[in-house]
Design a protein around this ligand. Structure first.
Ligand code: C2E
Ligand code: CA
Ligand code: CA
Ligand code: CA
Length: 284
């Protein structure tokens, strides 16, 4: 019998009983049982992760990232529940809720006369199957009287593979209404270049992590350099996320990347913390 220590738990490694897998199944069931109540009880909230202009160091906006403040389990990150909600379709309800909460926040900033930077929200590939998605966004910004350019939309590249025509159509219709479309996770899939040829996005969002998997740092660096150059040729601004070190930040500066996001600059933070960061910046 082999015992393996994983995250402080001893697991029987013979494969007959995997405690972590068992726990995952239990979680999955309890998430599904509790999701509707949780939405009603406002247990879902979002943090904001600032985005920075690399040259001047200023905050140019933020990304809204959902969390579940569970009454028993505590704080739960999206990687644990989003895949489950994508599978059972609940994700659309959750995302619509988050998008609306973000609009409310933008509205309150406008009412308070604050200097306002855009907030981007995530759109799941599953959300794209909703035929009323564009209509929903149109009504949402109208309801809160928020300029569409302040609610930026992050579409994951992986959605392109499911349904290329749909992405092309939705992107175009949303842009006509004034929304900014970011192509999230750029380069992580198998059809990044095809996607780029077909879909007229406004910003490319590249994740540093996908380059780090390779272990060939020079090669990764060259690839990123090429992506930045390609984006320049296409007159597409680029944001690199997952920046964790000064070294990475300096490399990105040297290759002329526009914007950055990552733990090196700031983790995702509660709304009030983000507001303080903006105030500090304005005062500086
Ligand atoms: P994503 O959209 O690619 O978001 C970036 C993720 O990387 C976030 O994880 C963020 O906290 C994390 N991150 C940021 N900077 C760094 C860094 O320097 N190093 C590392 N290692 N990680 C960094 P998070 O918040 O756990 O979200 C995970 C994923 O869950 C997101 O990936 C997105 O796909 C999904 N997600 C989050 N919020 C929502 C939402 O409201 N709706 C939908 N549909 N998906 C969401
Ligand atoms: Ca994102
Ligand atoms: Ca991403
Ligand atoms: Ca990421």
């Amino acid at each position: 019998l082999a015992l393996k220590k994983v995250k402080g738990h001893y697991l029987v490694a013979c494969g007959e009983y995997d405690e972590s897998m068992h726990q995952r199944l239990l979680d999955e069931q309890s998430f599904i049982n509790g999701m509707n109540e949780a939405l009603k009880n406002r247990e879902f909230l979002f943090y904001l992760q600032p985005k920075y202009e690399l040259a001047g160091g200023k905050i140019i906006g933020a990304e809204a990232l959902v969390r579940w403040l569970h009454p028993q389990k505590g704080f739960i990150g999206p990687n644990r529940f989003i895949p489950i909600f994508e599978q059972n379709g609940f994700i659309l309800n959750l995302d619509k809720y988050i998008w609306e909460e973000v609009c409310k926040l933008l509205r309150s900033w406008m009412d308070e006369g604050r200097q306002i930077q855009p907030i981007s929200v995530n759109i799941s590939r599953v959300d794209l199957y909703d035929n009323d998605l564009v209509g929903f966004f149109a009504r949402l910004v109208k309801k809160y009287d928020v300029p569409p350019r302040l609610l930026e939309l992050e579409l994951t590249e992986s959605a392109y593979i499911d349904n290329p025509e749909k992405i092309v159509e939705i992107t175009q219709r949303l842009q006509e209404m004034g929304f900014i479309i970011l192509m999230d996770d750029f380069g992580s899939g198998y059809s990044s270049l095809n996607m780029l040829k077909d879909v007229n996005v406004n910003v490319l969002k590249v994740d540093l992590k996908f380059l780090q998997n390779t272990n060939h740092n020079n090669r990764s660096g060259q690839i990123l350099n090429s992506v930045v150059h390609m984006a320049k040729c296409l007159e597409l601004p680029i944001i690199v996320e997952g920046v964790e070190t000064l070294q990475q930040s300096e490399f990105l500066r040297s290759i002329g990347c526009n914007w950055v996001q990552g733990y090196y600059y700031s983790k995702p933070v509660p709304i009030e913390t983000y507001e303080k960061l903006i105030e500090q910046m304005d005062g500086a």
